[in-house]
Design a protein around this ligand. Sequence first.
Ligand SMILES: [Zn+2]
Length: 413
Amino acid sequence: MLWRVALLTLAALLLTAGKPRHFDSHTVYRVLPTKELHVQFLNEFADEHLHDILFWEDANVANKSADVMVTPRMQSSFVKALKEKSITYSVFIEDVQKLIDKQLPDNVSMGPFGWDVYHTLHDVHAWLNSLPASYPGIVTTVRAGFSFERLEILGVKISYGTGRPIAVIEGTIHAREWISTASVTWFINEILSSTDARVRSIIDQFDFYIFPVTNPDGYEYSWTDDRMWRKTRRPNGPCFGTDGNRNWDHRWSEGGASSDQCREDYAGPKAFSECETKAMSEFLTSLGSDLQVYLSFHNYRQLLIYPYGSSHEVADNAAELHKMAEKAVKALESRYGTHYGFGSVADAIYPATGGSIDWVKGKLGVPYVFLWELRDKGQYGFLLPPDQIIPTSEETFYSVLSILEDVWDALRC
Ligand SMILES: [Zn+2]
């Protein structure tokens, strides 16, 4: 273990010396393990080469593809090993840095807040703080708590009256999933400014609590130091951070999560060990039984999923959630033809425990709980170009409206 600590410390020093981290000629491979042995091999290879291999999409089960980012110096060994094991693969992204550069034009964050570029945490918070003055009596800012680095977990409450059921929208638990922040802020703007009769008639039936960035430390770090950062930022042994979507107290660490502090899906030393998940869970609990809808946004893979992430558990209203998801993905597809899969987390992706939606469903008993894995299917992955922010948000909002309409129908009768 000591050699590992020394190596990681050295690597951390090297990383911070030339920050932000560069990803020149880093390549993303899509690999298809067809046996459990393949899955095991990929994970062991990643463990042995912690700073050369990074999963963009985990290898958890056989016959589900995984996306793996590999540094230039490791690529020939990686490909050689895949060939030896007869694991099929293709190159999905040739040079990660080129896509990062495209995502961040030089004039980023200049001018008024909009959706043709991605925004820093500072800009997102400044925009949220400006909304109450623009929409007096309708918008108030809310703070769920603070992160480990004492950044605010900031959101807005949007309310057109009292006594309405509550819908919570959660963005960016995983730091590098910038399209989540961008789309969730677009939803806020649409909810406030749309004059479309259909939008207005359903939006006015709910109170919204919307948090564009629930992992502010990680999101900030993904801008300043490491574009591919996923976890929170609290130090854990030789490494930093916990997977904020494996740290919730429902079947915590029972599968599809790692106990290795250095892995991307590290569940943390215990449930709710992270300031961010603890604060969010306490805030959600404080909303009481009016909380009826919980919508969480990640990327990528184009999936609309619902609880649970454990293959041993089925939601009490699974059939109803399934029907709503089926209708919602059709609504989404009707805008630009973007195809989404749907199902429970365990069925549509793979078993993964300790996620926020499972806790909200299983512990708070919120009936209508969904998670989107937004665009795309891996061509750009986390590095979705800024010109896709608006189309992604527009089509996704069609599915959000579809779900809210179905919930409203179910609740009023
Ligand atoms: Zn995610």
